[in-house]
Structures are given as C-alpha cells and as structure tokens.
Write a protein that binds this ligand. Structure first.
Ligand SMILES: Cc1cc2nc3c(=O)[nH]c(=O)nc-3n(C[C@H](O)[C@H](O)[C@H](O)COP(=O)(O)OP(=O)(O)OC[C@H]3O[C@@H](n4cnc5c(N)ncnc54)[C@H](O)[C@@H]3O)c2cc1C
Length: 567
C-alpha cells in the first residue's frame, strides 16, 4: 500500500484549529504566509510519498550493519538522506544566516511527522541533526557556530546526541564519561555511550557528536555535567576535514524494530572536543536539544499512526470476509470501530503536537514567559500522547489485518515494531508524566488551570450549536480541574508520581476533545463533526477512570511488598 502524506489534514488543522495565522502575524515569522505553508507541505509531501516511503520496507529487512568499524546504511538511505538535505528540510527552522530557512517550528513539526509516517528509521537521522543545530544555535561559541552550523544544516555533516551510558539511562546524572582540558581551548573526552541513534553513517562526510561528560571538578549528579561537541573527523580552520578523532562505533544494537536506524555503542578515547555552553552547564544546553527532540519524537508517533491507519483502511477495503453491504471487512461494526478510533486518535495527537509547536513558535517570536510556560507544559503531553497513539494505532492496525497483521510481508507489524521505542527514548513516557506533575506544576498548577479555562470557555460557547458535545467536554474539564487541584496539594511527590501517567493521558484525552470540538464547529454536518462525535461520546469518557486512578495516590500502588509482588 502506498503512503500519502496528509497534506490537506495539516492545512485544515493549521488554518482552522491551531491558529497558525497568529504565528504568521509576528515579525519573526511574517513570511510564513498560507501560500508558503501550502507550498511547503505539498513539496514535503512529494518527498515523503516518492522518495522516503519506498525505503521503509528495505530499512527493515536490510538493516544497517557495522563493517570494519564503519556503519553501512540500508539500501537507498544515503540517497534518501541527500534528498532530504537538498530540499533544505534539515534546516527548516534553523537561522537563515547559517543557511537555514528560519521557518516556524510548527511547520517543521508537520514535515517531520509526515516523514516519520513515510520512513521512521531514516527520518530519525535529520531529527538528530535538527536537535543539535538548535542546541548549538543557543549555546555554542561563535567559532563553533560558524564551523558546524552551515554543514549540519546542509546535511554535509550529521549530528547525534550522546547521553546514555549503561548505568545512566533515565538517571543521566549517574554518567561516568569524563573530560579534561587540553590547555588549548579543546578537551579530551573519554567514556562509553550506548544506544546512540545514527552514531555513524556512510553518507555524510562527518558525524558530530554532542556528548555529556564530567570535568574533573564537576560535582556528582546533573549539576556537574558539561556538554562537548566531538566530531568524527577534526575539521581544519577552513572547514575541510583533517585527522580522524579517537572515537568509534564498538557495535550496533540488535533491536525489535527501527532496523534502518543504526543504534550504536560509541567509544570515546580522549577524543578531541569543544565545550558547548559553560562548564558544568551541560544539562541546560542538552535540554534545548532534548525539548526539540521530544516534540520531534511525539511527531514520530503521530506519523506512524497516520501510516498504520492508511494501511489498515486500505486492507479493510480489499479484504472480503463475512456478509457486509460492501462485502469488505470495513463494513463490520467492530472493524469500523477500530478504524474510527485510529482516525480519531491520530487527529487528537496531531492537534496536540501542533498546539505545542505553535506555543514554541510564539515563545520564539515574542519572548513572552506565558508562551514559554505553555510550550513547556505541552511538551511532555505531546511527546507521551503522540507516541502512545502511534503504538496503540499500530497495534489496532495489526488487528484490522487479522492474521495478515502478524505476517511480516503485510508491513503492519513493522509499524508497531518501529514505533514501540518512541515511548522509551527521549525520556520514557513515565519520566514525561512525572515532569508534567512535578516540574511543570511548580507554578501551583497555574498553566494547567489556564488551559482548562480555555477549553471550558470553548465548550460553553459550543453549547449553542453542539449542546451534547459541548456539555461532555465541559464536564470532563471540571473533573480535570478538580484532580489538578488535588494533585498540586500533594506534598509527597510519590502521591503525584503514582498517578502521573493516567493524569497525562486524561489531560491529553480532554485536549483531544477540545480540538475535535473545534473541528465539529468548523465542519457542521460534515465528516469532521461525525468523527468528533465519535471521539467525544466514546473515547473522551476514558478520562473519568484515569482521573479516579490519579486521586488514589501512591498507597495502593505501593501496597504489595516486593516479596508479595514476587509471590
Ligand atoms: C533505539 C534506541 C535509540 C536511542 N537513542 C538514543 C540516543 O540517540 N542518545 C541517547 O543518549 N540515548 C538514546 N537512547 C536511550 C534512551 O533515551 C534510554 O533508553 C531511555 O532514556 C531510558 O533509559 P534506560 O533504557 O536506561 O531505562 P531505565 O532508566 O533503566 O528505565 C527503566 C524503567 O524504569 C523507569 N524509571 C527509571 N527511572 C525512574 C524514575 N526516577 N521514576 C520513575 N520511573 C523510572 C522508566 O520509566 C522505565 O520504565 C536510545 C534508546 C533506544 C532503545
């Protein structure tokens, strides 16, 4: 089945639901007219359909391999990456002075999502570079920016991020990689990093690693960590490549999916690198990259969700089984339920993703603290809900296929195997949810309440035209408000953490209801209204059970002793 980038869906969401024109009205993004948006989405869609989607299957069956210390990428991936680079897609939101297009992150999020649906394993490569570009733009010295940014943006060089070590996964502060000053402004970085996405490739001239390591006077924990830019080949002053650095790929991980993306164990042996940001200020710099990547990973989930839905729908319109009006399984009520859930959730997750990107752009354009807080609040929701949606929809996609879903040739299983990691990397979804109920509520729940107020105001307004839907969303908001009040009153963080994941899911469910309601209002009597009704009547009520779970606190969750758990 052929993937089709959902260009018109994006146009609807941007123009009618998310309020993209607000971004285009700022000085910073004044060039992002609706004509330009359409042109960009259409052009990116073509690349997805014609160049990237055909690479999806090959990446799975002919994985990246390590040969004599060099990564050989899956067939066609080199050409695919070049096409992405030549289209300017890596530097879409990067600074124009360095060769970027300076476009809003909202558009980059849309394009990244479409690319993820076409070929997730390949899309991860430019995503890594984009994160590095943003981290360097914000935190690197002028000299580093001049040397690295143009090449990363053009795709001549690629970027990676190196946080994880065997004993330091979610607990990044436990890392043991170290760095020492060489006395000439550079540093010697030593240590082993695991699970490094696109740690090497055979299509870029140079691979630039952002590596977290500790200087000799760095205190234990995250406060003592610094960030270094460590290239595979050391550039000469004129940007040409010099000697190979003392680093390499030790091995590639054998994974359940995402086979086209080489996941590397990296060894740094006194490798030459340069400080990014201040000494011991590495986490702040890395967070710039991680926040960018979290939005990107949320989009990966949505992209795969879209692709899995398209494939399941296509199968359901071909497969004959049992008696239905059309003869095809798509007319069975239970198959239709699955397709509706897939479509409704893909829409909800996409709208949340775009709302988060929109807040990020408004923060960039205005510098306002309110937009910053909103983007920060929505990021864990966009990441966790986007990726959970990808997994759930891919799983439903297999079910729609029946036995064929379990047979690899159908491609349905690959979506699930590929997307499964997205709820794990870039901070597990558990860590995202804890971030939401702790750090993102240091304001006493102010941002949460402001978003709840907005949804309620919309639901109130919708009562005139959509009384049942408006009422359902309003009631859901009231429950969310009450639980949010309960949550911020819990001084023992364990009580918040025990319900963090259900809280995040409930918040996302209700945000989804809000955006579906917008679609219903805009498309009265049309298919979007019907889809919204399905979501609001049948999927939104899930919030109630989730919020009940939250208010139970930690006691019940921790009730069984470790011995009893094993009993
Ligand atoms: C395919 C792939 C690609 C990756 N790419 C990169 C990359 O490019 N760069 C990079 O640096 N890393 C990368 N990673 C690593 C990834 O970010 C980590 O796997 C992830 O952060 C989780 O760390 P961990 O695997 O050590 O799990 P752990 O931290 O051991 O977590 C295990 C479980 O415990 C939970 N947990 C851990 N700590 C807490 C806590 N404090 N409170 C509550 N629950 C907790 C987690 O949520 C999880 O469910 C990649 C991983 C994979 C599989």
């Amino acid at each position: 089945m052929t993937f089709r980038a959902p260009v018109s869906e994006y146009e609807f969401l941007l123009n009618t639901v998310i309020g993209f024109e607000q971004i285009a009205q700022t000085d910073r993004f004044s060039e992002a007219s609706s004509e330009l948006v359409t042109a960009i989405l259409t052009e990116a869609g073509k690349l997805c359909d014609e160049v990237m989607a055909p690479l999806q299957r090959g990446g799975d069956v002919q994985p990246a391999a390590l040969e004599n210390g060099v990564v050989r990428t899956s067939p066609g991936f080199g050409k695919g990456f070049k096409a992405i680079a030549e289209g300017g897609w890596i530097g879409m939101s990067a600074a124009p002075e360095q060769g970027g297009m300076g476009l809003p992150m909202t558009l980059t999020a849309a394009v990244n999502e479409m690319m993820s649906g076409a070929c997730l394993a390949l899309q991860l490569a430019p995503l890594m570079s984009q994160g590095q570009i943003e981290a360097l733009e914000h935190h690197a010295s002028e000299a580093l920016k001049q040397m690295y940014l143009p090449k990363l943006i053009s795709g001549e060089w690629t970027g990676t991020m190196n946080l994880t070590e065997p004993q330091a996964g979610s607990d990044v502060g436990a890392l043991s990689s170290r760095a020492e000053a060489n006395g000439d402004g550079s540093y010697a970085v030593t240590g082993q990093k695991i699970y490094i996405s696109w740690g090497d490739n055979d299509f870029a001239e140079n691979v630039c690693h952002l590596v977290l390591a500790r200087l000799p006077d760095g205190v234990p924990g995250t406060k003592g960590i610094s960030l270094f830019l460590v290239p595979k080949f050391l550039p000469n002053a004129d940007g040409t490549l010099g000697a190979a650095n003392t680093l390499g790929v030790v091995s590639l991980e054998h994974k359940m999916g995402l086979h086209g993306s080489p996941t590397c164990v990296m060894q740094f042996d006194g490798a030459k690198g340069w400080l990014v940001g201040p000494e011991h200020g590495g986490m702040a710099a890395m967070f710039t990259m991680m926040n960018n990547a979290r939005l990107g990973v949320g989009g990966q989930g949505v992209g795969v969700s879209e692709a899995a839905y398209q494939q399941a729908l296509s199968y359901a319109l071909e497969r004959k089984q049992g008696k239905t009006p059309s003869g095809f399984i798509a007319d069975h009520a239970d198959v239709r339920r699955m397709l509706m859930e897939m479509k409704a959730d893909t829409y909800a997750a996409r709208a949340i993703l775009l709302a988060c990107a929109h807040a990020t752009d408004m923060q960039t354009a205005t510098g306002a603290a309110d937009w910053k807080a909103r983007a920060a609040f929505l990021t864990p929701i966009a990441k966790a809900f986007g990726t959970e949606t990808g997994i759930r929809v891919a799983d439903l996609g297999i079910q729609v296929h029946g036995g064929m879903g379990f047979i690899e040739e159908s491609g349905a299983a690959q979506f699930l195997r590929d997307v499964r990691v997205t709820s794990i990397y870039e901070g597990t979804n558990g860590i995202q949810a804890m971030d939401l109920v702790a750090r993102k509520m240091l304001d006493g729940g102010d941002m949460a309440h402001r978003i709840i107020d907005e949804i309620e105001a919309q639901a109130e307004g919708a009562r005139a035209t959509h009384p049942n839907m408006g009422e359902a969303v309003w009631q859901a908001c009231e429950s969310l408000r009450e639980t949010t009040e309960w949550l911020v009153e819990q001084d023992d963080l364990q009580d918040r953490f025990a319900g963090a994941v259900p809280y995040l899911r409930a918040f996302a469910r209700i945000l989804g209801g809000h955006y579906h309601l917008s679609a219903a209002i805009a498309d009265k009597g049309g298919p979007r209204e019907k889809l919204a009704r399905f979501y609001i009547k049948r999927m939104l009520p899930e919030h109630s059970g989730l919020l009940t779970h939250v208010q139970e606190g930690a006691a019940g969750t921790m009730a069984l002793t470790l011995e009893e758990l094993a009993g």
